[in-house]
Design a binder for this molecule. Sequence first.
Ligand SMILES: [Zn+2]
Length: 313
Amino acid sequence: MVLKEKRLPLMRMFQKVLYATDEVNLNEETSNILNLRDEFPNFVKRFENYFKRKNEWVLMFRRDIITRGNNTNNYAEACIRILKEIILNRTKAYNVVALVEFICYVWEDYLILRILDHAHNRRDNIQRNYAKLCSRTLNFNIDQVTLISETCYSVPSSNTENSVYTIDIQIGVCDCYVGYTGAFCKHQAFLHKHLNLSLPNAPPISVTERYVLGKLALGDKCPSQSWFLGLKENENGIQFQEESERSNIDNVVNHASNHIESFTRPKDILNKNDTNAFQSFANDEVASNNANDVLEKEFLRIKEFLNDVPLRR
Ligand SMILES: [Zn+2]
């Protein structure tokens, strides 16, 4: 039996084999484990058995499979858990007909609510992960992006000079390490944000993408696209971002239409005799009035929709 304090280092060694980047690295990590044969014979034996099927689980051998960055059966596990715990409430259906009814009606309603959660932007983690990816593209320049073919773009590498990554927006793949298996990488996030492209693996960020989810959930009963607008968005799907929260990530978002708006708060004037300070205050006042106009417009928009609430089934 392996002592408790020895288990973690062994697991780490196994992980290193799992994440090996090339053949040399793989051989090195494998031999590290095989050298433990005297100390942990059972562990090494078990590892050897698994290693015979390395093509199935060592990630470097799975790079040609479009996994969208998910190499586990998490989706299937989560689905079964939802079916057992939420849809069937940990009970047995009375008969097959009842089971079909649960799946057709209860599960359907559950899925509609979950899709609407995303359509109404209630899942913060989606926005956070997207902002995190975008924060890694601050040194990218939109002028360096080249359209290679109808569906392919090239984006320069942020780390290696004179190196570019190619992105196919139709399939949603990039030839960088992350995007190779179809995961949404920073290069795709950059194109998605600055060129307003739709990608098959992009999270539902813009109002158009969330409207599509609304259509999926509600069908003909889905309200118009503007219903899905957030208070800080306009029709083009531009997100206004709190400077305090994201100034280091993004400046005010610039869109293809060059439509730029921002909310500016009045700054404190320390010296009232300072003309520049007064000028600055005056500018801020103008910006503040603009912000009020925008706010007023939003209230009108909400009022307009009061009679247009989506119908629940
Ligand atoms: Zn990439």
